[in-house]
Design a protein around this ligand. Structure first.
Ligand code: ZN
Length: 272
């Protein structure tokens, strides 16, 4: 069984990383960025309830980075613990959570993911108000920056110190390398990375405690172009799956990572 160890790290004047297993949570004043899975969110709630991290008790804003199960399933657990907290996300997410099939797919992936860590899950829904935010919206002490390309509804948060929480907009940081994640559109993914490069000094990704200087944008760009080239030259879905289903990504459901390979091939061949 893989572990869901916890790492807490101060990264800005008000900003703190709480990594739970593969998932990064960020707390800035009363704002919580990103929701993770139900099992990681339960660990975060345990920290609130046991008062090991008093800052967490005052969370009043929960921001969802984008609509993938490993960033939104935990919202159910967090909203139950913080019923008065406002939930904020890209407008598209408010529509997605009303779709039964979407909720079912997230439930299945979340269950399979959490079971790998020996964690039980209960079926969840996301039946509550989600407020819409977009480019420039201020949430607590951070500003919303739209960063589509990984997903159509991806948002990042930027603070006054130039620290940017980008979730998966810069791909997936394996211990050994960056895996590009242009699921929605290659050109938008590249545009968003260039936008991040122009705004941030430091970037905080969505997984594995990955925090880098803004130069990491060049790594993410290089890897994206390189992968698209290889796919155009004939790298197949199956070969790509074998290449990326390793290290931290091998803790995801096989079907999720097969879907990742499929989308990366599709977007590479679309020619945008
Ligand atoms: Zn994602």
């Amino acid at each position: 069984m893989e572990s869901m160890d916890i790492e807490v790290k101060r990264i800005g004047e008000q900003l703190e990383l709480i990594r739970i297993g593969l998932i990064n949570y960020f707390v800035s004043n009363s704002l919580l960025f990103d929701c993770g899975t139900t099992c990681t969110a339960e660990r975060l709630v345990e920290r609130v309830n046991s008062k090991v991290d008093p800052r967490l008790a005052s969370i009043s804003h929960i921001v969802v980075s984008h609509a993938h199960f490993d960033h939104i399933a935990g919202l159910a657990v967090l909203k139950a613990r913080f019923p008065a907290a406002r939930v904020l996300a890209h407008p598209r997410i408010g529509q997605l959570v009303k779709k039964e099939k979407v909720i079912e797919a997230w439930n299945n992936e979340n269950k399979e993911f959490c079971e790998k860590f020996g964690e039980e899950t209960l079926k969840f829904d996301l039946n509550f108000e989600i407020e819409e935010v977009g480019e420039g919206t201020l949430v607590s002490d951070m500003k919303v920056i739209e960063t589509p390309g990984h997903s159509a509804d991806a948002i990042s948060l930027l603070n006054e110190e130039g620290i940017m929480l980008v979730a998966d907009a810069l791909g997936y940081p394996l211990s050994s390398k960056n895996v590009p994640m242009f699921f929605h559109s290659f050109s938008k993914y590249v545009e968003s990375i260039e936008k991040i490069r122009g705004l941030a000094e430091k970037v905080c990704l969505g997984h594995n405690g990955a925090i880098f200087s803004v130069d990491y944008c060049d790594v993410a760009l290089d890897e994206a172009y390189k992968l698209r080239e290889e796919i155009k030259e004939g790298l197949t879905e199956d070969e790509l799956f074998k290449r990326i289903y390793k290290e931290e990504l091998s803790l995801y459901p096989v079907s999720t990572i097969k879907g990742v390979a499929k989308l990366l091939v599709k977007r590479s061949l679309e020619g945008d």
